[in-house]
Write a protein that binds this ligand. Sequence first.
Ligand SMILES: [Cu+2]
Length: 141
Amino acid sequence: MHLLHNIVSVIFLFVFSNALYGKTIQIAFTKDDSYSIEVAHVDVADTIEWLPKNEGHNVEFLIGPNVNALPKKSVLNAFYAVTFDLPGLYLYQCTPHGHMGMLGLVVVGNDFHNLKDIRELELSRVAKSVLQRLIRIAESH
Ligand SMILES: [Cu+2]
C-alpha cells in the first residue's frame, strides 16, 4: 500500500511538473544545411534547444504569434534555447542559409491562427517552396 502510494505520488509529480515547466526537445544543425527536425510540434511552456552539431548555422525568428516580441537572433555556432509561451506558428531561419531554404517551423499548441501571416512573408523562391512543404507537413500532423 505504501509502495503504491509512492508510485502514485511520483506519477502525480511527473505530470504536474510537466504541466508547469513543459517538455524539452532538441534540434541539431546538420551538415546538409538543415535542421534535424524541420517541423516541431510543442505545447505552450515547452522548450526547444538547438544544438550546434555542425558549424556555420544559427536560429533567427522571422515571425511568431507576437511579431513585436520575437525571440532574439542566436549567435552562429552557439547553443540556443527558447521556451514558447504563446500558441501559434513560429518560423525561423538560419541567417546565412535561409535563402537556400534552411528553415524551421514550430507549431505551438496545434494553433494555426497566424498561418496567413506566415504565408505572406517575403522569402526567396527556394525558401518559399520549402516553407510550403513545411506547412503541408505541419497540417498533416
Ligand atoms: Cu545554416
